[in-house]
Design a protein. Structure first.
Length: 652
């Protein structure tokens, strides 16, 4: 069926309901930056966050490539889909009723939309069927397993909707088809039955298994995990990928963990269903699990939506398989971790225990202590590279050093690299402090060589023209903004909005004084209900009467040849000036956090140390993004056709 034309009321209802941060964060790791969110642009090869999302305006914009728009355009551009298809998907996601302009197509459209709703209905009914079966005679063994071997209370069993799939080839089939009259095709689409090889009917996918419903973030059942109670293989059997269920994009327990992740500002990722269940039963409710595979970047981005500081802890088994799983998981999100998009930590419980087993013999407080002491992923990687190596042997020392150099050379932040170089040098010194400076110098040399070799393979970046004016860039930026406000009345509201959105204030006292005076003059009063038509003339008279001789303010009241052109290009001047002012704020915050970081003892207060480090990274990335914004603005100025050759004469 061709995509129907949607009724304007439907489009407006979806537009009102949609949250652009919610939509974009499925594809981009976003971090709070003032009132907005920032991240790497998905539309080009972005090295530092130049992509901004404004929840207030429901708008996104990339200061590097210029991509921008609302949630509709974001999904259209990213997924190469039509406007109507995007609106239909969002309508279903946000549960907005859909009507079309073509009555003849409404029935077919409703059929398409209700397919997913019918699948949700069948899966919810199946979950209740399995729950009921758990408490019947056939489910006695499964219920005893949960209560006795897993030590679960009935409240926890009910909370996770645990159930049992009875034996027999068509028990569920008969219930859904014969008793509930659901079409066989829909039950197959839900992943609950399997066609026989010879094409003669169907059989139940899950038989005589402990059933674990898998729910989406809205707590709707989308699939199942079935655990065998005997020697049947596989031990765990998951639903196949369906219209609703994608194993690689789903996290078990996320619907129950979202609030706790946000409250505790940290997500714990474990390996199995029962690790999640045991942790939640112990009151540690910020835990989720991947479904039988190493967690991937898409799944990490899901949990990052709920933790402001982007803290994720991987808790895998401490045996060889668990370490390997942790390495695979780190490999999936390594690039994000190097950029600082995620504060990644790794916990291996002592004695090779998983969280479920650990909590049977220890208190929840003991587990929380392990979580709080878990090392950052780089520290964990370093210790794994060194574990079992005899650094007194030349070949093992060289091999370990090369591995460490490769690890450290990928760290983008120079301060962080320096910290870990010193840290590794102390480890390699075997307690001989006299060797530390020499080893550190050697590591620094190798890391630099490795970084040069890596960067030489990358394509050269295009050099942008400098957007930094001569003299004090901040003072000139503030002056430019005030000049546009004075001489271009139609831009005044835009300037006010920019200052409010970016939470900016004028740094220079004479600029602050002028700004306050202008706002006072433009505010309606009983004596002057309308703003003055000639603000500049009024200020000139006031300055003359008061004998004001400040040359900076006097200059703002008059336009020269160059400043007249600035007024013509007001929107771009506003953008560049605001970026310069915000950059100055970010640089102050950067120096503040850097000072605190340098004064913090990493060994004594690793959490605070990591927090300051993350803030330093965030401010540095924002500074880089603002530099790009200013540079691109200058390119835009050069490209303006209505400025033409006049721009070439400007002193850039």
């Amino acid at each position: 069926m061709d995509t129907p034309r949607l009724h304007p009321d439907t489009i407006e209802a979806v537009r009102d309901r949609v949250d652009i941060v919610d939509v974009v964060s499925q594809y981009v790791v976003l971090k709070k930056q003032g009132k907005d969110f920032v991240g790497l642009c998905p539309f080009h090869e972005d090295k530092s966050p130049s992509f901004s999302v404004s929840p207030g305006k429901q708008f996104y914009y990339c200061f590097s490539c210029g991509a921008g728009g609302n949630a509709f355009k974001f999904l259209m551009e990213l997924n190469k889909r039509s406007f109507a298809d995007v609106v239909l998907d969002l309508a279903q996601r946000y549960q907005v009723p859909v009507t079309t302009l073509e009555p003849a197509k409404r029935q077919e459209l409703q059929r398409q939309l209700t397919l997913r709703e019918q699948l949700y209905e069948i899966l919810a009914l199946t979950a209740r069927f399995y729950e009921h079966a758990l408490h019947q005679s056939d489910g006695a063994e499964a219920l005893a397993y949960l209560r006795e071997k897993r030590d679960l209370q009935d409240a926890t069993i009910q909370k996770f909707q645990l159930g049992f799939s009875p034996g027999g080839w068509q028990t569920l089939y008969d219930y859904l088809v014969e008793q509930k009259n659901y079409p066989v095709e829909l039950i197959e689409k839900a992943g609950l039955i399997v066609p026989r090889k010879k094409g003669e009917g169907y059989y139940d996918r899950f038989r005589e298994r402990l059933m674990i419903p898998i729910r989406d973030a809205q707590s709707r059942v989308i699939g199942f995990g079935g655990r065998s109670l005997g020697d049947e293989k596989p031990k765990y059997l998951n639903s196949p990928d369906t219209e609703l269920f994608d194993k690689g994009k789903t996290l078990y327990g996320l619907d129950l963990a979202r609030a706790a992740i946000a409250k505790q500002d940290r997500a714990i990722v474990v390996e199995g269903y029962f690790d999640v269940i045991a942790l939640h039963a112990a009151g540690i409710e910020n835990a989720v699990a991947a479904l039988g595979t190493a967690i991937n970047a898409a799944q990490v981005r899901q949990v990052l939506r709920y933790t402001e500081s982007k803290q994720v802890l991987l808790n895998f088994d401490a045996d060889a398989a668990g370490v390997k799983a942790a390495q695979r998981a780190i490999g999936e999100v390594e690039e994000m971790a190097y950029r600082g998009d995620v504060q990644l930590r790794v916990l291996n419980i002592p004695d090779g225990k998983d969280p479920d087993e650990f909590l049977r013999h220890h208190s929840p407080a003991d587990y929380r202590d392990l979580v709080n002491d878990a090392p950052l992923w780089i520290d964990w990687q370093i210790h794994n590279l060194i574990r079992g190596k005899d650094l007194r042997q030349a070949d093992q020392f060289q091999q370990t050093t090369q591995s460490v150099v490769k690890l450290l050379s990928d760290i983008a932040n120079a301060d962080t690299r320096t910290h870990y170089v010193r840290y590794c040098a102390e480890i390699f010194s075997n307690g001989d402090s006299r060797l530390v400076p020499l080893l550190a110098e050697n590591l620094i040399t190798q890391v630099r060589r490795q970084r040069r070799a890596t960067s030489s393979d990358a394509p050269p970046s295009r050099t942008l023209p400098s957007a930094t004016p001569s003299g004090s860039s901040l003072e000139q930026a503030e002056a430019a903004l005030l000049r546009v406000f004075l001489h271009h009345p139609t831009s005044r509201e835009e300037i006010r909005q920019v200052l409010e959105d970016r939470d900016l204030q004028f740094s220079y006292s004479h600029h602050r004084a002028l700004w306050r005076q202008m706002q006072h003059l433009l505010t309606p009063t009983a004596d002057h209900p309308t703003p003055p038509a000639d603000l500049v003339g009024l200020l000139r008279n006031q300055f003359a009467d008061s004998g004001l001789t400040n040359p900076h303010l006097q200059a703002l009241l008059h336009l020269g040849e160059k400043t007249k052109r600035d007024i013509i290009r007001a929107p771009l001047i506003i953008r560049a000036a605001a970026a310069c002012m915000e950059k100055n704020l970010c640089e102050k915050r950067y120096r503040h956090f850097l000072n605190l970081w340098e004064k913090t003892d990493c060994a004594a207060d690793s959490e605070q140390f990591a927090y300051y480090q993350s803030q330093i990274y965030a401010e540095k990335r924002r500074i880089e993004a603002l530099d790009k914004e200013r540079q691109v603005t200058f390119e835009d100025l050069a490209a303006l056709p209505w400025v033409g050759e006049q721009y070439d004469s400007l002193d850039r």
